[in-house]
Design a protein around this ligand. Structure first.
Ligand SMILES: [Zn+2]
Ligand SMILES: [Zn+2]
Length: 109
């Protein structure tokens, strides 16, 4: 079984000034310091989620999750990174965006 290392390793390095950029767990690209980052609550707080259950994402990835899924769906079926990546429409988006440069903001349509 291969473990995904980025979730753990990069958190400890993030406090260093010149540490590597954090990795977005959804599209597997680095999140550069000059690009908008956003924190997603895997379980919405209204549904009993704790503050610690958050992931750092590209703003564009985060926006897309909330455009496709309602809070109730997130809470019920999509409260893990694996489930989000397995969603057909989101999976297509992450696949597509993973081929864009890390600083891509989705402004061009
Ligand atoms: Zn969110
Ligand atoms: Zn991303």
């Amino acid at each position: 079984m291969r473990k995904q290392r980025h979730l753990i390793d990069d958190v400890t390095l993030a406090s260093e000034d010149n540490g590597p950029d954090p990795i977005c767990p959804l599209c597997d690209r680095p999140i550069p310091a000059d690009v908008e980052q956003s924190r997603h609550h895997l379980i919405p707080k209204a549904k009993g989620g704790r503050n610690t259950e958050t992931v750092l994402l590209h703003h564009i990835c985060h926006k897309t999750i909330h455009r496709v899924l309602k809070e109730s769906e997130l809470a019920r079926n999509f409260h893990t990174v694996e489930a989000l990546r397995a969603h057909p429409e989101l999976g297509r988006f992450f696949d597509w965006v993973s081929k864009r440069p890390p600083g891509f903001l989705g402004k061009a349509r």
